[in-house]
Design a binder for this molecule. Sequence first.
Ligand code: SF4
Length: 284
Amino acid sequence: MREVLTAKSAGFCFGVRKAVETVYREAEENRESVCTYGPIIHNEEVVKDLERRGIRVLHGKEELEQVQGGTVIIRSHGVGKEIYELCEAKQLRIVDATCPFVSKIHRIVQEENGKGRRVLIVGNPNHPEVEGIRGWGRADTEVLDSEEMVETLHLEEDVPLSIVAQTTYNLVKFEKIVDKISNLGYDIACFNTICNATKERQTEAAKIAASVDGMIVIGGQSSSNTRKLVEICRGVCEHTYFVQTAEDISSEVLKPFRRIGITAGASTPKHIIEEVQTIVRAEF
Ligand code: SF4
């Protein structure tokens, strides 16, 4: 009989769960014109379901400028200060589902700037969370995504630096970048703001993948944390499969495996994980 091991950390993290629940609650209350600033999660199925319930997705500031009244929901990634200001200027109702771990970074950025320190963000400059964090900093706030970028940084000797990280950033990469800046001899305050949820999910996925003969990772194609899980699992389990839903699973492919592991990215709803479990368990 086949054994199926599902990671306890599979699926929504605390921040994503809170954001998704918030949007469904707003949809139920049936308010007029409810929008989310960006898709609430990287999962097409959930976004389409919400659209059917009347929740519209705004793709950036230009679309927000066109909104005439109603509610705007801020997703777990958070946004910069100017988006709050724009909503207030347009007298829109704001429902803030920013993850508290992200809000904490926004606070750190403001406090550090308030002390006269320049903020450096270690993260992917194109990620919405990083764009949001940057939106709370001074104009000289910079984003670094590699050790090489440290070499091209223009730093002033008398300006102390404070460093924060994107919540889902790789810890080893973060430490290398911080080391490189430290070696330049500046006054540095370092805030490791990497969220534990990501680390726990990755550690558990690697552990399960190393103990099974087939591994399934469930998540959206555009979810970077799911792709990272696939990469980690492939490193220890050659037969790792990346699926979006149960429909992507081929029973033929899984047939030879006696022990199968399952994990899922932070945007994967529980029911999709359960459907995959059912299919995998049914195949003998
Ligand atoms: S990964 Fe961490 S910081 Fe990001 S939404 Fe989830 S709990 Fe919040």
